[in-house]
Design a binder for this molecule. Structure first.
Ligand code: 6PG
Length: 256
């Protein structure tokens, strides 16, 4: 058993990517239902990249049959590339094509990051104001998302928090911009104070290429801190890693 279990981390491992995607759909369904029942509102932050593509398509299919209270759901994005929404690289554009175009959710409840703005730092501050204005605060008086979905890169980055980024030490900004040398691009991203204020954080990580970084994140070796994903540790919330068998292989965790 990985050491993660001693750190109040849940690890779900399923044999296939489709099975772990289904498990995350269930987590979304349960989270939305509980949040709306308890507080009349569910606030979500979605991840970009390619891994969640199948998840969003499945959510679109499944949630069309369910009576999800979309009038009580607000959707944000954990990070975004410095491209306009209609660019193929846009995380918002990907989520729109795979999920939002199929859901009866009003556009005013979907909050894309304004990364096509001239002044990205000012745009990040504006987005933070949107988050603060809509997402209720939690025990530490920070906006407390009901669920933040994260992916992880092969270098252990998550959202747009990359190894050696100065943003890893950010203590006050909740949304910030960082130039990513390896990409040669700017990114807008949630920072760790916001991510770690969430009620539930779920990593969806699949594929053999993520096995090594995931094993390090879930392990106890001191060098795990080189991986930004290892810095995700909700202060009052839950942390779940949803993995397929290929990603979990080196962590020594068998599919359930
Ligand atoms: C992004 C994502 C990023 C992603 C990882 C994993 O903007 O790219 O938010 O953090 O989750 O890079 O990406 P893949 O799912 O494509 O492996």
């Amino acid at each position: 058993m990985s050491k993660a279990s001693t750190r109040n981390v849940s690890v779900i491992v399923k044999a296939t990517e489709e099975q772990v995607t289904d498990a995350v759909v269930d987590i979304f369904r349960q989270t939305i239902g509980e949040a709306v029942d308890a507080r009349g509102l569910c606030t979500l932050a979605l991840a970009g990249g390619t891994t969640p593509y199948a998840l969003y398509l499945k959510m679109a299919r499944v949630f069309l049959q369910d009576d999800v209270p979309w009038a009580s759901v607000e959707i944000f994005f954990g990070d975004e590339r410095d491209v306009p929404p209609d660019d193929i690289e846009s995380n918002y554009g990907m989520v729109q094509r795979t999920l939002l175009d199929y859901l009866p959710i009003e556009p005013k409840r979907v909050h894309p990051m304004p990364t096509d703005a001239e002044d990205l730092a000012a745009a990040a501050a504006d987005y933070e104001d949107q988050v603060r204005g809509i997402v209720p605060t939690g025990p530490d008086r920070l906006p407390c998302f009901d669920l933040i979905l994260l992916g992880m890169g092969t270098d252990g980055h998550t959202a747009s928090l990359f190894p050696d980024s100065p943003l890893l030490g950010e203590k006050s900004k909740l949304v910030a911009v960082d130039y990513v040398p390896k990409l040669g691009r700017n990114r807008m991203t949630f920072t760790l104070p916001l991510i770690n204020a969430a009620r539930h954080v779920v990593f969806l990580v699949t594929g053999a290429d993520k096995a090594q970084p995931i094993a390090r994140v879930l392990g106890d070796d001191s060098d795990r801190v080189e991986l930004p994903s290892a810095w995700v540790n909700p202060r009052h919330g839950t942390l779940t890693f949803a993995l397929d068998a290929a990603a979990a292989k080196l962590a020594g965790i068998q599919p359930q």
